[in-house]
Design a binder for this molecule. Structure first.
Ligand SMILES: NC(=O)C1=CN([C@@H]2O[C@H](COP(=O)(O)OP(=O)(O)OC[C@H]3O[C@@H](n4cnc5c(N)ncnc54)[C@H](OP(=O)(O)O)[C@@H]3O)[C@@H](O)[C@H]2O)[C@@H](O)CC1
Ligand SMILES: Nc1ncnc2c1ncn2[C@@H]1O[C@H](COP(=O)(O)OP(=O)(O)O)[C@@H](O)[C@H]1O
Length: 293
C-alpha cells in the first residue's frame, strides 16, 4: 500500500447540484478530439462518459472519416470529421474545455490538433493516451505544454497509465511502477501539469498539491477503454465546474474517485470483475453522482 494521504473529494460533488433555472450553457461545452481509424471507439467512450456525466454539449472531432457521422445509438453527440486547420476549427467551436488523446494516433493531423490545443489559451485541457505519446516523442510539444501551464497555471491535466508515463520520462514501465511517488513527482516537475498516474491505486498530484492516492478501484478495470471513460468524466465534471465553482484540480479528483468507486460498486454486485465494461462504469458513475449531489 502506498503511504500517501487518500483522495477524498466526493463531498465536493454537491457543488454540481443544478439550480432550477440552469440550462446547457451552464453545464459547459466540451470538445473531445481523437478517434483515428481503428480507434474511433476510444473517442466514443470518452464522449459517452462526458455526456452521461452532465456536460452541456459534447462535441467530437473524429479523425476517422468512416466514423465521423451521427451516431444513431447516441444521437446527442455532435460528431464532426476532423479537418485541416485545427486552430481555426477550435476557435470557431469556442469550447469551454478540450480533451484530446483517446485513439488520437500519431498522424500529422493528430499532431496539428495537439499543437492547436496546446496553443489555445486559458481553458481546461485534458491530455490522455496518444496525445501523451506524441508529447513524449516531440520536445516542441512538451515545451508548448510547459509554456501553457506557466501562463495559465493548473489549466492542464495529463492522465498517463504507467506505459505512457514511462514514455514521457524515458524509463521502463517497471521503473515507473517500482516507485510511483517518484514518477508522479517527476511528471509534475517536467510538465507543470496536474498529473493523474493511473493503475492500481491511482495517484493525483500537481505543483500545488502533494500527491494523493485513490484507495478505490479494482482489477476489473483492466479493460481497454476504461481510461478513455476517465478522460470523458474529467471533461464533463470540469466543464460543469466552470460555473459550479470546481477548479480543474477538484474536478479531476472527483472524476478519478467516482470512476474507481463506480467500478467497485459494480463488482460488489457481481457485475465484474470479470467482464466489467467501460460502458457499465459510465452508467454507474452517473448513478453515483446523482446520489451524491
Ligand atoms: N475501443 C478503442 O478504440 C480503444 C482504443 N484505445 C486507444 O489505443 C491507443 C493505445 O493505447 P493502449 O493503452 O491500448 O496501448 P499502449 O499505450 O501501448 O499501453 C499499453 C502498455 O502500457 C503499460 N500499461 C498500461 N497500463 C498499465 C498498468 N495499469 N500497469 C502496468 N503497465 C501498464 C503496459 O506496458 P508493458 O508492461 O507492456 O511495458 C502495456 O503493455 C490509445 O490511443 C488508446 O486511446 C484504448 O483506449 C483501448 C480502447
Ligand atoms: N488493477 C487495477 N486496480 C485499480 N484500477 C485499475 C486497475 N487496472 C486498471 N485500472 C484503472 O483503469 C483505467 C485504465 O486506463 P487506461 O490504461 O488508460 O485504459 P485505456 O487506454 O484502455 O482506456 C485507469 O483509470 C486505471 O487506474
Amino acid at each position: 500500500m502506498i503511504q500517501l494521504p487518500p483522495l477524498n473529494t466526493l463531498e465536493l460533488v454537491s457543488r454540481l447540484r443544478r439550480q432550477a433555472t440552469e440550462h446547457k450553457g451552464n453545464a459547459g461545452k466540451a470538445l473531445l478530439i481523437g478517434g483515428a481509424p481503428g480507434m474511433a471507439g476510444a473517442l466514443l467512450l470518452a464522449a459517452n462518459a462526458c455526456l452521461h456525466l452532465g456536460a452541456g454539449w459534447t462535441i467530437l472531432e473524429m479523425l476517422d472519416p468512416a466514423s465521423a457521422h451521427a451516431n444513431a445509438e447516441q444521437a446527442e453527440l455532435m460528431i464532426h470529421l476532423a479537418s485541416k486547420d485545427a486552430g481555426q476549427l477550435i476557435a470557431n467551436t469556442q469550447p469551454d474545455l478540450i480533451a484530446i488523446g483517446p485513439g488520437l494516433g500519431s498522424s500529422e493531423l493528430a499532431k496539428d490538433y495537439l499543437r492547436a490545443c496546446l496553443l489555445y489559451p486559458r481553458i481546461p485541457l485534458v491530455i490522455d493516451a496518444d496525445a501523451l505519446n506524441l508529447i513524449a516523442q516531440d520536445k516542441n510539444l512538451l515545451e508548448l505544454l510547459q509554456a501553457r501551464n506557466r501562463t495559465f497555471h493548473n489549466s492542464s491535466v495529463i492522465t498517463p497509465h504507467p506505459g505512457e508515463a514511462a514514455r514521457i520520462l524515458q524509463l521502463s514501465t517497471q521503473a515507473i511502477q517500482a516507485d510511483r511517488i517518484h514518477a508522479i513527482n517527476e511528471l509534475i516537475k517536467l510538465t507543470n501539469s496536474i498529473v493523474v498516474l493511473k493503475s492500481h491505486h491511482t495517484l493525483v498530484g500537481s505543483s500545488n498539491h502533494p500527491p494523493l492516492v485513490c484507495q478505490q478501484g479494482n482489477p476489473g478495470m483492466g479493460t481497454g477503454g476504461m481510461g478513455d471513460v476517465l478522460t470523458g468524466a474529467i471533461a464533463a465534471i470540469a466543464a460543469q465546474g466552470i460555473e459550479h465553482h470546481l477548479d480543474l484540480w477538484e474536478a479531476t479528483g472527483i472524476a478519478v474517485q467516482l470512476h474507481a468507486s463506480a467500478a467497485d460498486s459494480l463488482v460488489a454486485r457481481h457485475i465484474g470483475p470479470i467482464g466489467l465494461t467501460p460502458t457499465e462504469v459510465i452508467l454507474e458513475m452517473r448513478n453515483l453522482l446523482n446520489r451524491l449531489i
